[in-house]
Design a protein around this ligand. Structure first.
Ligand code: NAP
Length: 281
């Protein structure tokens, strides 16, 4: 019998911490698995998934830029994946892919649980409208933000995301060039990959107040420009995406293996408090 395999697909994907996180969860819970990172360009994604299934693949995480493509290949999808129009967790059941999106619940768990922050009633701004933004937007609305404004470099993608939310009174799009004229926010989420291209953030400080929570879905070096901007703007709280990464993984792990891992231990290890459990790249 072939080994039961799990993997994260992305392009690029070598930076992904998911193999380490799932390996740590598996050690904790006594689950036996092989979890690898598979680089697949968008045009080669479906063929790579087919090969993966042929080699015993049972489940996969999907990262940029493949989440919308992953949604398209699923026979069945969860409600939150449908609202997002994007899938980050695939399960191979009965010869079909079932798709879920754990990004939004992962972010909300990290902010409200680990960081003890209340999202209710906050006016929220989201920068970006890619696969991650699509997963996060419905979860922010469910968490009770008073309004959600989405701004994206390519405005049509922000419009499409907002249309998919179906809440025209609470969720709307604006143009990037109008960021100086749209007031201030209690929550600002950077869901762009801009920093991966080494680009600086040039956002107006008028977006913030001393009570603003700034969240970057990126972590590590890619989170430095936005979090530095938030600090310079005087935001009260600034959180990177490491906790979200661990929480979305815990959600996927539970769906695949039926057991909930202790995400706090793995989060602490990745933060460097316990270098023995998970060593740095
Ligand atoms: P994606 O689908 O490729 O979308 C990328 C987004 O970034 C798009 O909105 C894109 O705008 C925008 N963008 C790229 N370069 C930009 C620039 N120079 N200026 C302004 N906007 C720019 O990627 P994704 O899956 O949404 O991921 C976005 C980021 O979130 C990634 O860096 C990823 O690592 C991170 N992420 C973290 C977690 C976590 O668990 N912490 C989970 C998911 C994603 P256009 O539409 O105009 O191209």
């Amino acid at each position: 019998m072939s080994t039961v395999r799990y993997a994260v697909f992305g392009h690029p994907v070598s930076h992904s911490l998911s193999p380490r996180i799932h390996a740590a969860f598996a050690r904790q819970t006594g689950v036996s698995l092989a979890y690898t990172a598979i680089d697949a360009a968008p045009h080669a994604f479906v063929a790579a998934l087919d090969r993966f299934v042929g080699e015993g693949g049972k489940g996969a995480n999907v990262t940029l830029p493949l989440k919308e493509a992953a949604f398209a290949i699923c026979t069945r999808t969860s409600d939150r994946a449908r609202r997002a129009g994007a899938v980050n967790t695939l399960s191979w059941n009965d010869g079909q892919w079932h798709g879920d999106n754990t990004d939004g619940i992962g972010l909300v768990r990290d902010l409200t649980g680990r960081n003890g922050l209340d999202l209710r009633g906050r006016r929220a701004l989201m920068l970006g409208a890619g696969g991650a933004a699509r997963g996060v937007a419905p979860a922010l609305l469910d968490a009770g933000v008073s309004e959600l404004i989405v701004v994206n470099r390519t405005p049509e993608r922000a419009d499409a995301l907002i249309d998919a939310m179906g809440e025209p009174d609470r969720a709307l799009s604006r143009y990037w060039q109008d960021l100086g004229d749209i007031g201030d926010f209690g929550l600002i989420v950077n869901a762009t990959s801009a920093a991966r291209g080494g680009e600086d953030f040039d956002l107006p400080f008028t977006l913030t107040t001393p009570r603003t929570l700034a969240v970057d879905l990126n972590y590590g070096e890619a989170a430095i420009p936005f979090l530095a901007w938030a600090k310079a703007a005087g935001c009260r709280d600034a959180v990177d995406g490491l906790g979200m990464l661990v929480e979305q993984a815990a959600e996927a792990f539970e769906a695949w293996h039926g057991t909930r891992p202790d995400s706090d231990t793995v989060y602490a290890a990745l933060r460097g408090k316990d270098a023995l459990l998970v060593t740095a790249d």
